[in-house]
Design a binder for this molecule. Sequence first.
Ligand code: FAD
Ligand code: UDP
Length: 394
Amino acid sequence: MNVDALIVGAGFSGAVIARLLAENTKQKIMVIDSRDHIGGNCYDYVNQYGIRISKYGAHLFHTTRQDVWNFISAFGSWEPWEHKVLAKIYPRDSSDNFAYAPVPICIQTIQKLYDSSVQNEEDMRRWLAEETRSIKFQTPYKNSMESAVARFGHRIYNDFFHSYTLKQWEKSPEELDASVLERIPLRYNKDDRYFTDPIQMLPSCGYTGVFKDLLNHPQIEVRLNTDYFQERHCFNSVNFTVFTGPIDGYFASRGLDRLEYRSLRFEEDTFEMGDKDTVMQPASVVNEPSMRVPYTRTVEFKQFLNQRSTHTTLVREYSASNGDPYYPVPNERNTKLYATYQQLAERETEAERRTVLFLGRLANYKYLNMDQAIGNALDHWQQWKKDGMIKTRV
Ligand code: FAD
Ligand code: UDP
């Protein structure tokens, strides 16, 4: 096969490296993906009601890295969009009097659920100091329960985080690294946006439009429905491979324990609304921290970029232990096991007598957001160039 570089996976990690190789070398690049579409977990499509749906859950782009934005904004077209999330909080008794409150926790959350007299940053700090007064966990916190209770106190922890995390990870926050709940910020002000990064955007023609542009280059060929492990023999002559699938899948024959991942199952319902601007939920994403329902959140896709349709489509997310691997599970067992896989990965180039590199959320076993996956690819590209791994075709 007349290909210089093989990229396994057409998500952001693979597509960014493919583009960099195409633009900076004369190499011929083949990108393969076992799925029937490009875009990895960011893939989206427009359904029969004209509403753009992200097949693998809502994706909001946000970043503090100007270099990432400079790179990715050249592909597709993007519009500013600030994401807001409400959580549906049920009372502790069995009544159905739920309230919607903003996540991350900010002044409005406290006003809505606990104390309407909290008005400004000083009140908020005082109120939280009171909530957390008797809590004495030592830093660094040992797990996500400690890091969350220390910041929010027991009430907020129980209302917002304990059960949601149990549903999402099938593990109590005590069994998860502190990093899981540290993803959720705490605001002392009235900023109820989900993210505060200076750059927050959505692609007007969807992420799929961005990927089409990224991969649209005469030196790049894309083959879908092509699984690396089944077709590996076809690529024996390729000297440079970047693998962005699950690292434990790549080394499955070595007999090590497998890494844990969480998956999601999506349940979709469409409703006729009549009016093109009418929506069903008070926010595009409603989190469901209560054990009263088995799903973790409901996304109303029509609300992103204020799409217009006579219908609306709601998608409920159910966490699952089987299915496509979406989330690495950060705990001690998996961190140690991943380190062993990483050692195998470092030796792989020698063993194969050709360059094999591992990149991305699944191959690096890291909870990477899109901008981090893009940034990770840009950073690795620079490092690989320094290390002399990137050859220009002669
Ligand atoms: P992936 O997108 O997973 O791509 C890997 C690709 O490799 C896949 O297409 C897979 O089919 C392919 N592959 C694997 N094995 C093989 C094989 N053997 N042969 C061929 N192909 C193979 N990030 C944000 O910034 N904002 C968000 O709002 C956000 N929301 C998210 C919501 C959910 C539910 C999930 C799961 C993730 C979310 N993310 C979000 C993270 C985002 O999806 C990732 O950062 C991004 O997809 C990582 O890109 P990647 O290329 O590393 O991995
Ligand atoms: N989380 C929670 N309650 C919420 C939102 C999040 O307990 O209302 C926890 C949960 O453990 C989740 C983690 O915080 O997995 C990170 O949340 P985020 O919204 O970043 O998750 P993602 O969008 O990556 O699924």
